[in-house]
Design a protein around this ligand. Structure first.
Ligand SMILES: NC(=O)c1ccc[n+]([C@@H]2O[C@H](COP(=O)([O-])OP(=O)(O)OC[C@H]3O[C@@H](n4cnc5c(N)ncnc54)[C@H](O)[C@@H]3O)[C@@H](O)[C@H]2O)c1
Length: 252
C-alpha cells in the first residue's frame, strides 16, 4: 500500500469527542480525522475553534460548551445530528484532576470532579447511546485512568470518579451489546498532556516515572491509537473492557 495515501478507515463516520481542545482529546481528534472521520469537537475552552480548524480533512464541527450545564449533552448530540448526521463514535475525554488530601478535600472540589468526570460522561453516553442503539451501530470510549483500579495519593475524588466510569461502562456495555453498540474504557498511566504535567510535576513525577516498569509516561498519540482500535469495526467483540495503557504500572 502507498504510505502517502491518506487512510480512509473512518471515512463516513461522525466522531463526537469531548475535551477535544487539548491533550488526549485533541490527539484523538487528529488521529481519527487523519483517517477520514468527521469530528465534532466539544470543549469549554475557546481554543476549541482553532483546534478543530487545524484538523486534517473537512467538514468538522467545533462546539464550545460547558458539559456541566443541565441539558448540554442532549443539545450537543442534537446539534451533531443536525450538522453532521448521526453520531457513530463518542469519546468522553473531558476531565479534571483536582487533587488534595482526603481529610481536607472541599465538598466543592469533590462535586466538580464528579460533575465533569462522571456525570458529564454519563449524560453524553446516554444521549449518544440513544441515537446509536436506534441506528444499530455505535462505539463509545470513556477515558478512565489507572486511577480507576488503584488508589493514588491526593487523588480521592479523581480515583472515585474514574472507578465509577468503569462501572458505568460495564453496565452500558451489556445493555447495548445486543443493539450493536460497544462501550469501553481506556485507562492510561500519566500521559504527557497539560493535565498530566500539572498533576505530576517535579519530584513526585520523577518518583512516579521510576515506578513504571516501562520507565516512562505515556504519549497522547499512544492513547489515540488505542481509542481508534476500540472505535473501529475490528473491535466489534470488545465491550465492557477497561483497557490499561500503563507501561505495567498497575501490574507491579
Ligand atoms: N493526562 C493524564 O495523565 C491522564 C491519565 C489518565 C487519564 N486521563 C484522562 O484523560 C482525559 C483527558 O485528559 P488530558 O490529559 O487530555 O486533559 P487536558 O486538561 O489536557 O484536557 C481536558 C480538556 O477537557 C476540557 N474540559 C474540562 N472541563 C470541561 C467542561 N466542563 N466542559 C467541556 N470541556 C471541559 C478542558 O477544557 C480541556 O480542553 C481526562 O478524562 C483525564 O482524566 C489523563
Amino acid at each position: 500500500m502507498n504510505q502517502q495515501q491518506p487512510s480512509t478507515e473512518f471515512s463516513g463516520r461522525n466522531v463526537l469527542i469531548t475535551g477535544a481542545a487539548s491533550g488526549i482529546g485533541l490527539a484523538i481528534a487528529e488521529h481519527l480525522a487523519a483517517r477520514g472521520a468527521r469530528v465534532a469537537g466539544v470543549d469549554v475552552a475557546a481554543s476549541i475553534e482553532e483546534a478543530v480548524a487545524g484538523l486534517p480533512g473537512e467538514g468538522h464541527l467545533a462546539l464550545r460548551r460547558d458539559l456541566t450545564e443541565p441539558g448540554a449533552a442532549d443539545e450537543i448530540v442534537e446539534e451533531v445530528r443536525r450538522e453532521l448526521g448521526e453520531p457513530h463514535v463518542l469519546v468522553n475525554s473531558a476531565g479534571v484532576a483536582i487533587l488534595g488530601p482526603a481529610e481536607e478535600l472541599p465538598a466543592a472540589d469533590w462535586r466538580r470532579t464528579m460533575d465533569i468526570n462522571l456525570d458529564a460522561s454519563f449524560f453524553m453516553a446516554q444521549a449518544a447511546g440513544r441515537a446509536m442503539t436506534r441506528a444499530g451501530w455505535g462505539r463509545i470510549v470513556n477515558l478512565a485512568s489507572q486511577a480507576s483500579v488503584i488508589g493514588l495519593d491526593q487523588h480521592v475524588a479523581y480515583c472515585a470518579s474514574k472507578a465509577a466510569i468503569v462501572g458505568m461502562t460495564k453496565a452500558m456495555s451489556l445493555e447495548w451489546a445486543p443493539r450493536g453498540v460497544t462501550v469501553n474504557a481506556v485507562s492510561p498511566t500519566v500521559v504527557e498532556t497539560p493535565l498530566g504535567k500539572k498533576a505530576w510535576a517535579g519530584e513526585k513525577g520523577e518518583r512516579a516515572r521510576a515506578g513504571i516498569p516501562a520507565g516512562r509516561f505515556a504519549q497522547p498519540e499512544e492513547v489515540a491509537a488505542m481509542v481508534a482500535y476500540l472505535a473501529s469495526d475490528d473491535a466489534a467483540m470488545v465491550t465492557g473492557s477497561n483497557m490499561l495503557l500503563d507501561g505495567g504500572f498497575t501490574s507491579v
